[in-house]
Design a protein around this ligand. Structure first.
Ligand code: CP
Length: 324
């Protein structure tokens, strides 16, 4: 099914998780149609998109700006940690410390300036309940009064997942569902679980044949992994895989901790030998030689740059839905 600019799909109010998407196939097809023709009739010309970053970004920042430009909308970026006032997110406090502005006013003002607001926030990885409550993202949802797009939150990265699903669909032509393996890989820093959580819930909703493999202690939150098989033997999990999605995440169980740096989990050509000539995915940034070996990233199996390219069209499809 091809979708053109004016086809009806259910209107999204926000885009913060797969739960906001009522027509997943339609959204993916819309994103793919923007890839075929980025400059379709510009029904959202003149609209404005605010892109608010509380944390660093390369792809999300650039792809969102390009997506808005392709639509004829204007994107303005604010690195709030650097350029904005320090924000207070607690309600009912006396603001006599170093926080100059409350989120109620900051989000309220940005909602007056923009038609859509994108927000990037990372988890602190200290307090599991606090991070999984998504209090920063929810503050924008509660106070901005305009559609909110998650540019990655404490627990999810839905624009990445949409681009990932597009990339799998582009690289798969057989009638059977592909076997997709999400594998943990080593890293020197404690990283969020957001990409892995989000990829898992999007693969479940897309009814993919997903297996997760990670060392003991790294199982994702039950609310995200649901009934997906979790295999602690990486080689066994990789057997017959059609797609291998490589990502590090810190422990959910011993929250935010790095329990292992086992480099035998770093993906090399030897790991891929048991797969079905699998395509290798990573959301980027990736640490070469640690998470994935150069021979894989520079080889014919790697489709990480396709994923990054698709971020533009994923954002374009989402902004288009929220702005039209
Ligand atoms: N994959 C991704 O979100 O990249 P950035 O952190 O560079 O935006």
């Amino acid at each position: 099914m091809n979708r053109d600019q004016n086809d009806e799909i259910d209107i999204m109010k926000h885009f913060t998780s797969i739960a906001d998407v009522s027509d997943l196939d339609g959204l993916v097809e819309k994103a793919l149609s923007f890839k075929r023709n980025a400059f379709q009739p510009r029904i959202v010309s003149g609209k404005s998109v605010g892109l608010i970053f509380l944390n660093p970004s390369l792809r999300t920042r650039l792809s969102s700006q390009i997506a808005a430009r392709n639509l004829g909308a204007e994107a303005i970026v604010l690195d709030i940690g650097k350029d904005g006032w320090a924000l207070e997110f607690e309600d009912g406090v006396t603001m006599n410390g170093d926080k100059a502005e409350h989120i109620r006013e900051a989000a309220g003002v940005m909602g007056r300036y923009f038609d859509v607001l994108g927000i990037r926030t990372f988890p602190k990885l200290n307090d599991r309940e606090d991070d999984y409550e998504e209090s920063l993202l929810n503050a924008f949802l509660n106070h901005a009064q305009v559609p909110i797009v998650s540019l990655e939150s404490a627990t999810r990265h839905p624009l990445q997942s949409l681009a990932d699903l597009m990339t799998i669909k582009e690289n798969w032509s057989e009638l059977r569902k592909p076997k997709v393996v999400l594998t943990w890989a080593p890293h020197v820093k404690a990283l969020p679980q957001a990409v892995a959580n989000s990829f898992t819930e999007w693969m479940i909703t897309a009814e993919m044949d997903l297996t997760i493999t990670n060392p003991i202690g790294y199982d994702l939150a039950p609310a995200f992994r649901k009934d997906v098989p979790v295999v602690h033997d990486q080689k066994a999990a990789l057997e017959g895989a059609d797609f291998v999605y490589v990502k590090n995440w810190s422990s959910y169980e011993e929250y935010g901790k790095v329990l292992s740096q086992d480099e035998t989990w770093s993906i090399s050509n030897q790991h891929l030998a048991v797969t079905n000539d699998a395509k290798v995915m990573h959301c980027l940034p990736v640490r070469r030689g640690l998470v994935i070996q150069d021979e894989v990233l520079d080889g014919r199996s790697a489709i990480h740059l396709d994923q990054a390219e698709n971020r533009v069209y994923a954002a374009q499809a989402v902004f288009n839905e929220l702005l039209k």
